[in-house]
Design a protein around this ligand. Structure first.
Ligand code: NAP
Length: 289
């Protein structure tokens, strides 16, 4: 039976603001949860040019939109256009979720906590762990800030060393953790990997359409590694295939995507969404593992 609530004058609207947005899973995810919980709400995707972000944000505020997500390329620029952000988002310098609280737009970064929650959901224990992050861009930064106060050692490996050094400096201002920076080259990675428990790919290597590529050579992986690939298209990347074939435990980016959405949804609605239900639905629709 179709239990969709028809749109009426009472329907609450949520949205995604990005450029482009047509590939986004967010409308599918949030509308699934609204329907699943019988909420009279709808989620749409809005393509906003970078030079129109200010007008769009003021428009959403004037329209009393309850909440919205922000994606590339607006995650950093939105900060100066909203009324307040939490301290984690301030540190990361980016927000992806906004709630209208009594006319004030408040920002959070649910990518950071969504990534951490995805690992917690599969029972990952962070204590006494050494973590290596591949990449030093937006996603790497979010994950590093989410994990820096929980893990023993953080190694950041990036193609551009300077970018990793800058990220390490920012992290050290926050937490006096053991942080090391290396170049993303096989011999350097190999030396480091022996002492690593959790390997996180925060580069786009392996993402559609270049699905045969992996950011790290299979022959330097070892089976004590837990490997978390943030790439979610495809759901099972070449890195994850390689890792599974040598006996590693793995997690794909779809779990992070769902968790960042779940944290936003819960903040907006005070309701817990069904994370397993939407994961099954996405896999069913897109017909992949
Ligand atoms: P970004 O800010 O552009 O950063 C990309 C990072 O990857 C940089 O460190 C860059 O190194 C490195 N990189 C890119 N191409 C490379 C190559 N060919 N060889 C070596 N290094 C390369 O991107 P992002 O927003 O962090 O996104 C990274 C990935 O995470 C994307 O695949 C994205 O889809 C995924 N992601 C997933 C989720 C989720 O919910 N699952 C959320 C956010 C992002 P340089 O500094 O040298 O350029």
């Amino acid at each position: 039976m179709d239990n969709t609530i028809p749109i009426s004058a009472k329907t609450k609207i949520f949205c995604l603001v990005g450029h482009p947005v047509s590939h986004s899973f967010s409308p599918l995810i949030h509308n699934y949860w609204f329907k699943n919980l019988g909420l009279d709400s709808k989620y749409i995707a809005l393509d906003v040019d970078p030079n129109q972000l200010k007008q769009a944000t003021m428009g959403l505020k004037a329209l009393k939109i309850e909440g919205f997500n922000v994606t590339l390329p607006h995650k950093e620029n939105i900060i100066r256009l909203i009324d307040n952000v939490d301290s984690l988002s301030q540190d990361i310098g980016a927000v992806n979720t906004i709630k209208n609280e009594g006319g004030k737009l408040i920002g959070r970064n649910t990518d950071a906590l969504g990534g951490k929650q995805a690992l917690l959901d599969v029972g990952y224990q962070f204590n006494n762990k050494n973590v290596l992050v591949l990449g030093a861009g937006g996603a790497a930064k979010a994950l590093c800030f989410a994990l820096v106060d929980t893990v023993d050692k953080l190694v950041i490996a990036n193609r551009t060393l300077k970018r990793a050094e800058n990220l390490a400096k920012e992290l050290m201002k926050k937490q006096e953790t053991n942080i090391k920076v290396i170049e993303m080259l096989s011999p350097t990675l190999k030396r480091e990997l022996d002492n690593i428990d959790l390997l996180i790919n925060a580069t786009p290597i392996g993402m559609f359409p270049k699905i045969g590529q992996s950011p790290i050579s299979k022959d330097i992986l070892h089976n004590d590694l837990f490997i978390f690939d943030l790439v979610y298209n495809p759901f099972e990347t070449q890195l994850l295939k390689d890792a599974v074939s040598i006996g590693c435990k793995v997690l794909g980016g779809l779990d992070m995507l769902i968790n960042q959405g779940a944290l936003a949804f819960e903040w907006w609605t005070n309701k817990k969404p069904n994370k397993n239900g939407i994961k099954k639905k996405i896999i069913e629709i897109f017909g992949m593992k």
